[in-house]
Design a protein around this ligand. Structure first.
Ligand code: NAD
Ligand code: UDP
Length: 354
């Protein structure tokens, strides 16, 4: 069955619509389709400018509520993004992380199997686990998963997601697609600690926060880990390919990534400082040097890291015709500009109130 983007009678349930990916996807669905959106999230700040749109019904409620689950699964397409997915919480709120990334998605998957909805489930590239610096390209249907010991609670999220994947794939009556994002980046990611949130956001927001607050970036374990960053715009294009080609994407697992955007976290910190200096014309000597911190001190006991994580995109190229086009520097520039525009007035406001 195909879903016509111009059919206004189709409603898609977007769960986690108020988050980083959800807010971009909500805008893209409004722009590129005639569909209606049943949006669910505990937070609406990133999408509040759209809440008056007659094509959106926004429910600010917990997905764990059985009545909310039931309503979500009454729609033909369910995109499930809602989750606790910030690494700083994996070893400090382990039970909640497992419930959020296994128990809740499992209940939603069961409801979708009963109702006949197609579930697009956002898993994670973390399912590939504790990859070493020699790691090969990670393949959806070939690579093995290695996790740390039970005391290394960092892996609670990865294991919960992996179990959700297996549970989803076990439901014989469910139409599903599993998506594994590789470090998406772009405007509106996470928060800046002390300005609109508390704690440690993911690395792009953490480094952008340090730049706008003129603080030192923190390099975990020397910043030796490597990541392959994916522009949110490439990611959204990917999701549309999945929606456009259900006959090829149902009952499949896909990486969403860009192997060309691989960089170490240390190099990332210097590159972001360079781009920030070009945008603001600030003297490079005025930046505070990055500070090295141990993972255990920064995130707490139980933190371990994945040292290298590069996606194979062969399967998505072959099946869906996906090719990422957004280079790292361009996405970093767009993100840093957004963080400057969004947070400078908040910082100035805080300063005048002191
Ligand atoms: P995000 O934290 O920005 O968004 C998640 C949203 O889910 C938040 O707005 C939160 O309020 C909402 N939420 C959480 N629990 C909820 C509940 N019980 N009921 C209702 N709403 C709830 O995260 P994101 O970056 O947009 O990621 C979305 C999904 O993609 C997650 O499942 C995550 O595991 C997965 N993912 C993302 C990345 C990435 O690079 N952004 C990487 C790997 C996996
Ligand atoms: N990291 C860092 N400083 C920060 C935040 C993160 O050095 O302020 C590192 C982290 O230890 C990891 C990488 O950056 O090696 C990516 O972290 P992120 O939290 O973005 O997500 P992950 O890919 O680990 O899920």
């Amino acid at each position: 069955m195909k879903y016509d983007f111009n059919d206004p009678s189709i409603t898609v349930a977007l769960v986690g619509a108020g988050g980083f990916i959800g807010s971009h996807l909500l805008e893209a669905i409004l722009e590129r389709t005639q569909w209606r959106i049943f949006a669910v999230d505990l937070d609406f700040h990133k999408v509040q400018q759209h809440l008056q749109n007659h094509r959106i019904e926004f429910l600010c409620e917990d997905l764990e509520e059985p009545s909310v689950l039931k309503k979500i699964s009454s729609y033909p397409i369910v995109i499930q993004l809602a989750a606790i997915c910030t690494p700083s919480r994996y070893n400090t709120e382990t039970q909640k992380v497992i419930e959020s990334n296994f128990l809740t998605p499992a209940a939603l998957a069961k409801a979708c199997a009963d109702s006949g909805s197609w579930l697009l489930y956002f898993s994670t590239s973390e399912v590939y686990g504790k990859t070493s610096s020699e790691a090969l390209l990670l393949e959806e249907d070939q690579s093995d998963f290695v996790y740390g010991s039970i005391h290394a609670s960092r892996w609670s999220y990865a294991i919960a997601k992996q179990l959700s994947e297996r549970y989803i794939a076990s439901l014989v009556h469910l139409s599903w697609t599993i998506l594994r994002p590789f470090n998406f980046i772009g405007p509106r990611m996470d928060f800046v600690s002390g300005l609109d949130g508390e704690g440690i956001p993911r690395v792009l927001a953490s480094f952008c926060g340090a730049l706008v607050k003129n603080e030192a970036m923190k390099l975990v374990d020397g910043g030796k880990a490597q990541r392959s960053f994916t522009s949110i715009h490439d990611a959204i294009r990917f999701i549309f390919l999945v929606l456009e080609k259900p006959h090829l994407s149902k009952q499949e697992v896909f990486n969403i990534g860009n192997p060309d955007n691989e960089i170490s976290i240390r190099e990332l910190s210097f590159l972001m400082q360079k781009i920030h200096a070009e945008i603001t014309h600030k003297n490079p000597k005025e930046y505070k040097s990055p500070i090295e911190v141990s993972g255990t001190n920064y995130y707490g006991k139980g933190y371990e890291d994945s040292l290298r994580r590069v996606p194979s995109i062969q399967k998505s190229q072959k099946l869906l015709g996906y090719l990422p086009t957004e280079p790292l520097e361009k996405t970093l520039k767009e993100s840093i500009l957004w963080f400057i525009d969004h947070y400078t007035p908040i910082i100035e406001n805080q300063e005048t109130q002191r």
